[in-house]
Design a protein around this ligand. Structure first.
Ligand code: TRP
Length: 331
């Protein structure tokens, strides 16, 4: 039986990158096993968050999950801080994680930058909490964007470290699943940088709540080159901005990049961009309206999160009980 876990931080507006790299690929997995989709607010506070914004963004992520097709009858949707076992297991696992493993994490190096001495301990131990999120449910499969691959490998290593330290075969080693045609959506202003909710330029990203007009405008202004679209993938690979827009088109249309090139080979961006914007609006427009509907029904939304909390807590506390026994904590 597959058990699936994934999560997104409520640390900014959700973007097209979160949709194509994560949420969209979660929908079909709900049929394959038991699925848990978390809003990881404990991870969000590894960088400063405004309390009022954090609250509204937490609800917005939940509403977006539902609007994209996560079905609360089949899957659990819940908030990480509502299930205290995540933080408890993170502490236990942190006692088994060598600093050398954390020192290799590229996301920490990127986020801490030159201010390494000022960076918070939580930002550094972030991947241990992520491992706890996954292991506390004995997760078998973790669908994530490509940037999370290294954290997933660490989660497997930490599971192995626990099993060795306590001479048991307790934790399941989770499998990362890098799914979809666009596991990495790039910035609209620089095709070599990831599309990010924290980029200072709003023109660099499509937010899930952008209006049709904003989508049109951002696609129109997206950086490109003056050449017409090539006919093959090899040539496309040398043009990062062109590659990004064609890949986004393919992911939205649910077809291969080759197929998009067959259709648009020789077209200029002045012809391709309106088609891309039209396709994007036809998909994101209804999701945006559905998200707004959920946000107007806070009572229903909070009920779903409570049910998620209760059922997730039951599973997580059963794992923690076994962990306590294995470690030798007095029962
Ligand atoms: N670190 C992930 C990200 O930034 C979010 C995350 C936290 C996560 N815990 C997780 C993803 C567990 C998958 C599984 O995208």
């Amino acid at each position: 039986m597959k058990r699936i876990f994934s999560g997104i931080q409520p640390s900014g507006n959700l973007t097209l990158g979160n949709y194509l790299g994560a949420i969209k690929n979660w929908i079909p997995l709900q049929k394959e096993g038991e699925a848990l989709f978390c809003i990881v607010d404990l991870h969000a506070i590894t960088i400063p968050q405004d309390p009022i914004m954090l609250k509204s963004r937490t609800l917005e992520v939940a509403a977006t999950y539902l609007a994209c097709g996560i079905d609360p009858q089949k899957s659990l949707i819940f908030v990480q801080s509502h299930v205290s076992q995540h933080a408890e297991l993170a502490w236990i696992l942190s006692c088994l994680t060598p600093l050398g493993w954390l020192n290799r994490m590229t996301q920490f190096k990127d986020k801490a930058g030159k201010q390494r001495e000022q960076a918070a301990l939580g930002l550094y131990s972030y991947p241990v909490l992520q491992a706890a999120d996954i292991l506390v449910y004995q997760t078998t499969h973790v669908p994530v964007g490509e940037d999370q691959k290294q954290h997933l490998e660490l989660a497997r290593d930490i599971a192995g470290a626990f099993n060795r330290a306590y001479n048991c075969n307790f934790f399941i080693l989770p499998e990362p699943q890098i799914l979809g045609i666009a596991p990495r959506v790039m910035s609209l202003r620089d095709g070599t940088k990831k599309m990010s909710k924290s980029d200072p330029s709003d023109l660099s990203r499509i937010n899930m709540m952008d209006s049709d007009e904003e989508i049109n405008q951002k696609i129109r202004k997206a950086k490109t080159d003056p050449e017409p679209l090539p006919g093959n993938v090899g040539e496309l690979a040398t043009r990062p901005e062109a590659q990004n827009l064609v890949t986004i088109y393919a992911a939205l249309a649910e077809c291969s990049v080759e197929k998009v090139l067959q259709e648009f080979k020789g077209s200029l961006f002045s012809a391709f961009k309106p088609k891309l914007a039209e396709l994007m609006i036809s998909i994101l427009g209804p999701i945006r309206e559905e998200t707004k509907k959920w946000l107007q029904d806070k009572v229903e939304l909070e009920t779903i999160l409570r049910v998620g909390q209760q059922q997730a807590t039951a599973k997580a506390s059963s794992t923690l009980k076994d962990v306590h026994r294995l470690i030798g904590f007095l029962q």
